[in-house]
Design a protein around this ligand. Structure first.
Ligand code: AMP
Length: 228
């Protein structure tokens, strides 16, 4: 990987820039990842989007993953590693990337630590939000079926109903954004993903940002972390 710097005039984070966004489903990881991607020109890698892409294509991996996703359970690590590390190896990740939805287990966090080149210290950001607010956000969420951009039907609706502002794709209500599946996803989050927060705290790499604020304010807080 090569080293470069951000555009003239702006503060200069170290590249390659690897940002890991942790936080419960619906806390705004996808929205913040999109803002980071546009601002720092680095790749956005959402393991959920990669898995949904396999499901859309009907690949054997997608078929296996769907059984878990429909139930709100985590997809086995071996499948997630296969798609994630193939993606990280692609050219557009050479100046950095944002991980959105990975790692979700301590095993995934340990594997990422082993696989990252020693000179790359990832910026780990935990986006914090209460369970009650998560359920409200997810039941009102629609997502672009083409580029994955998320919208909130009341607080951040698209300009044209049903159409993505970014790419013109059709907006869909994700099949796992129903109350029953959301409760299961939250249970999985508390049991399997919260220990990842403790793992990074133990390594003294954890930063926390409250995300019950407008997305622009959350992004400013994240930029503050990237540029210090
Ligand atoms: P997301 O789009 O991040 O909300 O993820 C949707 C679903 O994809 C999750 O509920 C899991 O079933 C699966 N998934 C996404 N990322 C991972 C991961 N890192 N490990 C295991 N399962 C994942």
């Amino acid at each position: 990987m090569t080293c470069s710097s951000a555009s003239e005039g702006s503060a200069r984070p170290k590249f390659p820039l690897v940002v890991v966004l942790l936080g419960p489903p619906g806390c705004g990881k996808g929205t913040q990842a999109q803002l980071l991607k546009d601002h720092y020109k680095i790749a956005h890698i959402s393991t959920g989007d990669l898995l949904r892409e396999h499901i859309r294509k009907g690949s054997p991996l997608g078929k296996r993953a769907q059984e878990y996703m429909d139930l709100g359970k985590l997809v086995p690590d071996s499948l997630v590693f296969e798609i994630l590390f193939e993606r990280i190896g692609q050219e557009d990740c050479s100046s950095g990337y944002i991980l959105d939805g990975f790692p979700r287990t301590v095993t995934q966090a340990e594997t990422l630590k082993q696989r990252l080149p020693k000179e790359i210290i990832p910026l780990i950001i935990n986006l914090k939000l209460d369970d009650s607010e998560i359920i409200e956000r997810l039941t009102q969420r629609v997502t672009c079926g083409k580029c994955g951009a998320p919208y909130h039907l009341i607080f951040a609706p698209p300009q044209k109903p049903g159409i993505c502002d970014r790419c013109g794709g059709m907006l869909i209500h994700r099949s796992d954004d129903t109350e029953a599946v959301i409760s299961q996803r939250l249970k999985v989050y508390h049991e399997q993903t919260e220990p990842v927060v403790a793992f990074y705290k133990g390594l003294k790499l954890l930063h926390e940002v409250a995300c019950n604020l407008p997305k622009e304010k959350v992004f400013l807080a994240i930029r503050g972390l990237v540029e210090t």
